[in-house]
Design a protein around this ligand. Structure first.
Ligand SMILES: C[S@@+](CC[C@H](N)C(=O)[O-])C[C@H]1O[C@@H](n2cnc3c(N)ncnc32)[C@H](O)[C@@H]1O
Length: 171
């Protein structure tokens, strides 16, 4: 898939605050910080990712998304390849609605996750309709499912099946 972080940031001209849920090595957070945003990055891993360590505009928070709730509002929130670790009922009925509430007016939410076609043993997969329906009043800007051939760090060559959603809160 042809993907660039830049497109996401272009959707919100006045963006100032950024939340990265399940940030992993923190690359999208690093990109946001380099653009001058104030960033909160959340992951279950205890150690701050090396890419984010020592960056004053980034707050790294160790938390389990299964029971973490935002205490602030944000202009952009990303959930990149971490929704699959939550149970479906919790993700769709509690987590995503709570995250939508944590968007500022005009705020943008981006989700990448796996679809039911995925053959890796992913804890939870989602259809596009399930994710879209959990986003309530947000306006869907981008929605697609796609497959691509890549390399999985454990199984090697693999065809991945994923979905991508971008949604925006009204002003
Ligand atoms: C596949 S990685 C994705 C990392 C990054 N978002 C990306 O797209 O490159 C999934 C991340 O979610 C984190 N994670 C898994 N379960 C989690 C949980 N229950 N709460 C918080 N983070 C979790 C993992 O530690 C890992 O860093």
């Amino acid at each position: 898939m042809n993907y660039s972080y830049r497109n996401l940031f272009d959707l919100h001209p006045d963006v100032a605050t950024f939340l990265d849920l399940g940030c992993g090595r923190g690359f999208v957070s690093l990109y946001a910080a380099a653009r001058g945003l104030t960033v909160d990055a959340v992951d279950i891993e205890k150690e701050t990712p090396a890419s984010l360590d020592g960056i004053p505009s980034v707050t790294y928070m160790v938390a389990d998304l299964k029971d973490w709730k935002p205490t602030k509002r944000y202009d952009i929130i990303v959930i990149h390849h971490s929704l699959q670790f939550l149970t479906k009922a919790y993700a769709l009925q509690e987590f995503l609605p709570t995250i939508c509430q944590a968007l500022n007016p005009g705020g943008v939410l981006e989700i990448f996750t796996f679809t039911p076609e995925e053959t890796l043993s992913v804890p939870t997969t989602y259809t596009l309709e399930e994710v879209r329906d959990a986003l309530g009043e947000l306006t869907i800007i981008e929605q697609k499912t796609y497959s691509y051939d890549g390399t999985h760090r454990k199984v090697g060559p693999h065809t991945f099946h994923e979905l991508h959603v971008i949604a925006k809160k009204s002003l």
